[in-house]
Design a protein around this ligand. Sequence first.
Ligand code: FE2
Length: 201
Amino acid sequence: MTQPRLHRLAQFLADLSALVEHTRDEAVILEHGAALLAGLVAHDDWLPDAQARPDPERYQQYLLHRDPDARFSVVSFVWGPGQATPVHDHTVWGLVGVLRGAELSQGYDRRGEALAAKGPVHRLEPGQVEAVSPRIGDIHRVANAFDDRTTISIHVYGADIGAVRRSTYDAEGRPKPFISGYADTPPPLLPVLAPSPRAFL
Ligand code: FE2
């Protein structure tokens, strides 16, 4: 890419900071945060190449920003061809917006000790956003929709997700604890911008 338009990410972070400053109401954060994230992933011209590299072994998670008070974190998920997550939960609110390629997502519900698929697999195209949280449905499995190209989605979580204890689930629905790790690449250096006027009102 020629010069990445990093101001788009910087503006998103300023607006999201203003939103979490303004309210702790998860429903409000998800509604307005989804609109802000949709605005960010509407343009594929800002993500630096360093945070867009697939790995042949497994999907990569590049930290783009960690709020200084750990109120949220923003991560670039880069899926190589055919790569997928295990079934997992988050324990905090999350937003996923597709920047490039396409993602397949399958939600799950708890049925006693087991898990049951919730609705059909759905496909997220570039510009589309979906939300997760313990309140609205927190367990899913996500995959690259393509077996011949890279998909990139931008994930926002209501905590520093690299420090959150959560679970993956096996085929019988048994949880296994995990904490996700970030790739070694440091976050991009960004200008600090003021929030947009009426960013989320
Ligand atoms: Fe997830």
